[in-house]
Design a protein around this ligand. Sequence first.
Ligand code: ACO
Length: 328
Amino acid sequence: MIQNSVTRAVVIGTGHYLPERVVPNSAFADTLDTSDEWIVSRSGIERRHFAAKDERTSDLAAQAARAALDNAGVGADTLDAIIVATSTPDYTFPSVATMVQAGIGADKAYAFDVQAVCAGFIYALANANALIVSGQARRVMVIGAETFSRIMDWTDRSTCVLFGDGAGALILDAQPGTGAPGDRGILSTDLNADGRHRDLLYVDGGVSSTGTAGYLRMQGNQVFRHAVEKLAQTAETALEKAGLGARDVDWIVPHQANIRIIQGTAKKLGLPMEQVIVTVQDHGNTSAASIPLALSVGVESGKLKQGDVVVTEAIGGGLAWGAVVLRW
Ligand code: ACO
């Protein structure tokens, strides 16, 4: 008989929050030389949510956090740590995570932000896993929350139609495992970065450069080329580390940037689109929030079930990219 020999970080709850205001593609055609047809055919995006003027990233994050606590049936006072992945914080400091900690009353939790742009949630998940398996925390809230509408150049049709606002959260709990791939929880992580490609996707402002927040700039077709190749590669590496193959996968939950990237990656992995959770049509690209949003929607829709093998993968500015394999 195999003894319980390792600690696994197991998902015990998910939740999400989307701002009330829904903006359809047609709204952009009034001011820009674009069309619903172009946006849908090139990106798969049909609509996105934009935060209200007085709604901040920490508000979205706290709402998602409350939903995840409700879903898990646990209190905020049971959290040991809160990690928020975001590139659009309320302030330069303090972190969004500390604002969430105060907002939800997680009195015992330490809290910090992670910034890896669209790969932020993958990085945050990998770090939460490290805290749990090393015994530094038993219960960790991991949140992805963004207000990308605040860094859009509304005159740039090649970027402003692609992004949206939102937040998703999940709660990880330390539970005993055997060390085998049949365990529930995070089975492997794979993180990568290549800062030589920073000019492909960046924000042209910041504290120590311009002193302004800046606007998002992207060479979309170049990012696209890197995305399909690197996402399939990192997913395969993570699966190998987990002792699993593509045939063992129940769901791919990819970063939701572009339906063609999602399709291309699934094809490279040899998996049909029926096994991919897709929300890009409704949310647009919500950067670090996109994967936890898709996971939460996947649970709500009844697709994601306990015991399912899930591969999550994302790439974003940096470039930074990675994948996490977990058994739900
Ligand atoms: N409406 C109409 N035409 C447009 C629009 C628009 N909204 N935007 C661009 N175009 C035009 C371009 O000007 C170009 O015209 P030209 O040929 O006359 O120069 C033409 O459409 C084709 O442009 P491409 O950029 O080559 O189009 P592509 O098929 O590559 O699609 C897109 C663009 C959707 C941006 C795609 O490249 C993409 O999704 N890239 C990846 C984005 C991504 O994954 N980002 C990842 C992470 S994001 C993060 O980390 C924050």
